[in-house]
Design a binder for this molecule. Structure first.
Ligand SMILES: C[S@@+](CC[C@H](N)C(=O)[O-])C[C@H]1O[C@@H](n2cnc3c(N)ncnc32)[C@H](O)[C@@H]1O
Length: 232
């Protein structure tokens, strides 16, 4: 499939790959086809990085099916290794937005966006993955009652997401975090409505820390777990 969006990433989309890694990633990506009948409990992870966290969740939850996307081929090569032997994982290098567009409506139980590229400069905010059209694409594929999770260690990205979700007709905020409540940064611009009651949100019980989350934690930045639930 031809990409339909410019892909912005603060990382590279590939570095030199060893022959083994190249073979692993090409095999993993080639193996990706949407089954005619989608698994009943499908979880999407958009921007999986090295895929280790998603593979650990897949190992712990064999009844769920995990579909992971990343545009960074080297990360996908690591993800392919992490997912070896798991038959409830599929990987693709489709841009997250193109992957969302291929999926039927109401086919996904959970969408996870772990530590999207932060694009901290204001002039780059339009490059952020979380945008109104992206959220609407998530809402389209989610089943009623399905969950969207955006996890970020950037306060400004958290408020960017919260402000957009606050106004989204199909993805009402379920909870935010104590950290968000304590955060000094406030949403700005047109989305600067009050955020409403913010319940404490610990990582959900099924969460496995990601590589970026661990790196951020080592630098003293805690993660925000923002959840919205697809309206029925
Ligand atoms: C900051 S890294 C986080 C990686 C991983 N989720 C983690 O927490 O360790 C963001 C990832 O999103 C990927 N990415 C950026 N834009 C993307 C897009 N449009 N579609 C799919 N992946 C994307 C990047 O290649 C990168 O691997």
């Amino acid at each position: 499939m031809q990409p339909t969006h410019p892909t912005f990433t603060t990382g590279r989309t590939s570095r030199r790959l060893s022959d083994d890694d190249k073979a692993a990633v090409l095999a993993a990506v080639a193996a990706f086809t949407l089954p005619a009948t989608l698994p009943p409990v499908l979880e999407l992870e958009l921007g999986i990085g090295n895929g280790a966290a998603m593979a650990a969740r897949a190992r712990a939850n064999p009844q769920r099916f995990y579909l992971g996307s990343d545009v960074y081929l080297n990360g996908l090569a690591q993800a392919a290794r992490a997912a070896q032997g798991l038959d409830n994982v599929a990987l693709t290098n489709l841009d997250a937005r193109d992957l969302l567009a291929t999926l039927p409506p109401s086919s996904v139980q959970r969408v996870v966006v772990p530590h999207p590229d932060p694009w901290p400069k204001a002039s780059h905010h339009k490059r952020r993955l979380v945008q109104p059209a992206f959220l609407s694409a998530c809402a389209r594929v989610l089943q009623p009652g399905g969950e969207l999770w955006v996890v970020t260690d950037w306060p400004d990205y958290a408020f960017h997401t919260l402000a957009m979700l606050y106004h989204h007709p199909l993805l009402p905020l379920h909870q935010t975090t104590e950290a968000a409540g304590r955060c000094k940064v406030k949403p700005a611009g047109a989305g600067a409505a009050p955020l409403g009651p913010q319940a404490l949100a610990q990582p959900p019980a099924w969460w496995v820390p990601t590589k970026y989350q661990q790196k951020a934690a080592a630098l003293g930045r805690e993660a925000w777990f923002i959840q919205a639930v697809r309206r029925g």
